[in-house]
Design a protein around this ligand. Sequence first.
Ligand code: ZN
Length: 437
Amino acid sequence: MTEAAAAANSRAVRGRVLTFLRPPRSTGDAQSYRFIQDGIVLVKDGRIALVGPADEIATRLPASIAVDRHPDALIMPGFIDVHIHYPQTQVIASYGAQLLEWLEKYTFVEEQKFADPGHAARNAEFFLDELARNGTTTACAYCSAHPSSAEALFTAAHKRNIGMIAGAAIMNRNGPPGLLEPAREAIAASRDLIRRWHGTGRQRYAVTPRFAITSTDEQLAEAGALLKEFPTVLMQTHLDENKNEIATVKRLFPNEPSYTAVYARFGLLGPRSLLGHCIHLGDDEVALLRDTQSVAVFCPTSNLFIGSGLFNHKRLMEAGVRIALATDVGGGTSYSMLRTAAEAYKVMQLQGQNLPALAAFDLMTRANAAALGLDGEIGTIAPGAYADLVVLDARATPAMAHRMEVTRDLEEELFVLMTMGDDRAVRQTYIAGRPVL
Ligand SMILES: [Zn+2]
């Protein structure tokens, strides 16, 4: 290959580079991350080829390579959102209801519109644009119950080379007829989507029973069997979000000792299982999550907005449960993982707990990648990983710039970013090395 040809598939991004190596144990845990004050990330064919101090790398770059310079900004791995609903971009900000009423009054109404492939395609494009504007480079998304809605999202994400995880919602009871499919048909549709999309480019599938209330025993059992049949496919659902929801689960599954036990019985727990909310867990449920290495997904803006309750981070952490962080749009109120981290901080403050900025940024990147089983591939700035990057400006607004005048170190800068930042702090987003803003 000529140097010019090599340069065409290459790009260098220069600035202040920050990536996490392991979970921070406390504030000031400098061993948990790598920070390069003037660093270069060299991208080749969509992946990171090299990262290091500019004075070491600059002389080794081909003369014709494009260099994007962000000297005053932070270059980090793109954010990862582990729980979001792409058919709810027009459900967000729906007034005055808690979970079950909110589903019936707003969500099921909007999701039925995704029977129309044109509507789904338009929303998929909007959804991916909005993620990019917020610096989110991978998301684990619920689609509507229509297989064509998943098809639309995968098609759009594949075209942009975005690593998405998604699944068509499986439901066969307690919803409007337009969203219900007989147990076996929904499973067959999921199997077909897995064969078509799981491992196609960067796309991956998540088997998606909406929650225990909307599936019969038979359908949950079939979903569990599907997970067994495809050992690298993920599973996403909701758990212990709202007290009326839990009472309904108790009524529908009278023989199970808990909500979590329902999922355990049907083979839906395990290291590939992502359980949204996990707010009102009994001790036996915490033990089940820990023992099965399932992931509890903290969705703070949603939990506050729908009035569901406070996620007990400290309790789950100390019990050894894996934890991820997510927006849960449209129950959640912002696509921004920065805003999400800010609300996570407040939810923890209300319980006398703290969320150090280092831990929050580790969660949004490395830890969320690990929750998806994608550590090393995304969520890190290291050779071999996809060059999915976000460039963050902690002086993006006058109020942030003013606050930054007295900021003393990196950790304070990160705390300003997560407390005051949102999409305005995202200066650029790179998807597999390509700037998309
Ligand atoms: Zn959700």
